[in-house]
Design a protein around this ligand. Sequence first.
Ligand code: GLV
Ligand code: MN
Ligand code: MN
Length: 412
Amino acid sequence: MLTVDGPRLLSALEELGQIGAIEGGGCARLALSDEDKAGRDLVVGWMKQLGLAVQIDAIGNVIGIRAGQEKGGREKIAPVMTGSHIDTVRTGGRYDGNYGVLAGLEVVRLLNDSGVETRRPIAVAFFTNEEGARFQPDMMGSLVYAGGLGLNEAYAAADKDRRSVGDELRRIGYLGRAQPGVIRPHAFVELHIEQGPILDEEKVRIGVVEGVQGISWTEYSLTGVSNHAGTTPMRLRRDAGYVAASVNVFARALAREMGGNQVATVGALSLRPNLINVVPNRADFTVDLRNTDDDKLKEAEARVAAHIADVARAERVEVEAKVLARFEPVIFDASLVDRVERHAQALRLSTRRMPSGAGHDAQMMQRICPTAMIFVPSVAGLSHNVKEHTEAADLLAGAQVLANLVVELASE
Ligand code: GLV
Ligand code: MN
Ligand code: MN
């Protein structure tokens, strides 16, 4: 067995974590920002040092390929692919995404150092804009890769300052020539931190991920009338802020009532004019709903929409809704999931089968090839938070499972 070099993996995580570092130990590398470019340049440099052939596609996905034994191989024999993303939310940690990419490079380094050739090529990828914090939808690069979103539609997605994906890709030098999705992997395996509390609470070392829950993102813009906070009787108000607040409260109550895996979040909210003594005439906010069961997710969507319509009508506030992302739940390849479990157990690591609460590039890759994920614990379940942390021993354990599985897949 090739043994993962712990200090090497940890120091790579540390070095990438310095780019866009923010107070508290986290990272801000929003997709296609200057910080994202700097992170990309660092990782591409590492890929080249490892001798990988680096391919950048037209949505900015970066794939580093280690040739397999079969010559002329790259076109003829499908590579085993691993990877994740290196963009972060504005208040992100240093493990979300980055861990999976750097662990993939560690697998390559191990093979290089021990002079092992595999039958199939091994590809390590990082996909553009997984987070969706700046441009929607999330998982954009892998979605385009899997054929679920056209390039022109992706290029047109714009951030709050009206800068588009297409322009920003060009500006940072990552609008590549390769056609997304030309390489169809033999299998895709993504290693990731859990980002939730289950493994940490249950003291389980490896999460065997069976699928990803469905995701529904909607942006609402409400328009009422601004007026004097002291003189306007309650009966005459057309308060957009009040309607927004009621949606947040309703969404929480709905998720509690529905139970199971239903979650609901109002994560972004802005009021205008946002002054203490003015009734808000405008509220812009987002609703993030997720469930492993698509019928239940549809029910949650319908009930939130009905609530907004009712309260807005009574308050005489106008509603505009825009769907930013909608993905059905995904079930990973059963036999690959079994293999994740077997490899973890062979290393005497405790395992637990579980769904993923967060979105991942793997959920898009499952559309085009057998896919699975490996989770490691997140201390206290914190993620999308600068305090996101995973113990070194767990980072190494997950990387070792990945290495063993990728090497096995690459010998097929
Ligand atoms: C992506 O990280 C998401 O699940 O929101
Ligand atoms: Mn992630
Ligand atoms: Mn994330």
